[in-house]
Design a protein around this ligand. Structure first.
Ligand code: 1GP
Length: 252
C-alpha cells in the first residue's frame, strides 16, 4: 500500500494519525532502534525524518536503525535536497506556500526531481504553511519567509484552498519545532472548513490535551518532535497516540 493511502486508511479507521518527527541530530544512534520499537508498541502510526538544519546526523543510518526494530512507515520531511533517501517509504514534497520565497515554493523541487525519479520514492505533495508561534523559529529563519500571522485564519484557509485547487494532497500547518505556541485551534477549524485535504498539525505540542484539541478542531495528522527527544518522556507516547486516535471528536 502506498504511504499516502496508508495515512488515509489510518485517518478513516482511527480518526487521525499520530506521527513522531525524528531529527537525526537530536537522538543518538544507539537509542534510535529502542525508541522506534517503543513508538510502534505505543500506537505511533509512522515517523517523519528530517530537520531544517542537519549538522552531524545521518538520514540513511537513522532509517536503517528504525527499520531494524519496527515496521511502521518512514516519511522524509526534508529540510533540503540532501535529506532525500531511497531507504524511506515516502517523501513529503513540501512547497512552502505561506511564504513568497520562490526557491522554497518550486526551486528546490526542480533540483530534487531528477533524484526522486532515479530512486523512485513515493512523493506526497504537501502545502506547507508556517504559522506565527510566539518567537521566530528555525524554519522561518532558514526558509527566509514570513509565517502567517496567528490571528489571520482567513489567510491560512485561502492558502490551503489554493493548494487544493493546485492538486496538492496534504496541508501542513506548522508552528515550528519547539514553538512557544502551537497552531491556534480557530485556524485549524477554518482551514478544515474551507479545504477538504487532510491537515497535518505540528510544532509546540507538548501534552496529549493539546493534541486532542487539535484533532477536535479538524487536524487529521498530529506531529510531535521535541518532547520525545527526552527519554524521561517516552512513557507518555501512548497517551499522545490515544489522544490523536479519536474517531468522532467533540468540537472544542
Ligand atoms: C516540527 O511539527 C514538528 O516540524 C514538531 O514540532 O518539535 O515542537 O514537537 P515539535
Amino acid at each position: 500500500m502506498k504511504t499516502y493511502n496508508y495515512l488515509q486508511d489510518i485517518i478513516s479507521r482511527k480518526g487521525a494519525a499520530y506521527l513522531i518527527l525524528i531529527d537525526p541530530d537530536k537522538i543518538s544512534t544507539d537509542k534510535i532502534s529502542k525508541f522506534a520499537k517503543h513508538c510502534e508498541e505505543s500506537g505511533v502510526d509512522g515517523f517523519l525524518i528530517g530537520g531544517s538544519l542537519l549538522l552531524n546526523g545521518n538520514i540513511d543510518e537513522t532509517i536503517d536503525s528504525i527499520k531494524s526494530s519496527c515496521s511502521i512507515p518512514i516519511i522524509i520531511f526534508p529540510g533540503g535536497v540532501d535529506q532525500i533517501s531511497a531507504k524511506a517509504d515516502a517523501l513529503l514534497y513540501i512547497s512552502l506556500i505561506s511564504g513568497r520565497n520562490a526557491d522554497q515554493i518550486i526551486g528546490k523541487h526542480v533540483v530534487a526531481a531528477p533524484l526522486i525519479k532515479k530512486i523512485g520514492i513515493e512523493t506526497i505533495s504537501t502545502g506547507y504553511m508556517l504559522i506565527e508561534s510566539g518567537k521566530p523559529t528555525t524554519a522561518e529563519y532558514i526558509s527566509n519567509s514570513k509565517p502567517i500571522p496567528r490571528n489571520k485564519p482567513e489567510i491560512a484557509a485561502s492558502t490551503a484552498l489554493a493548494a487544493e485547487y493546485m492538486g496538492m494532497k496534504l496541508i501542513y500547518l506548522e508552528a515550528g519545532s519547539g514553538a512557544e505556541l502551537p497552531v491556534p485551534n480557530e485556524m485549524i477549524k477554518m482551514v478544515s472548513q474551507y479545504c477538504s485535504l487532510p491537515i497535518i498539525v505540528g510544532g509546540g505540542i507538548r501534552d496529549p490535551k493539546t493534541a486532542l484539541e487539535k484533532v477536535q478542531s479538524g487536524a487529521k495528522v498530529i506531529v510531535t518532535g521535541n518532547f520525545f527527544e527526552y527519554e524521561n518522556n517516552w512513557d507518555k507516547i501512548k497517551t499522545f497516540a490515544d489522544a490523536a486516535h479519536v474517531k468522532e471528536p467533540k468540537e472544542v
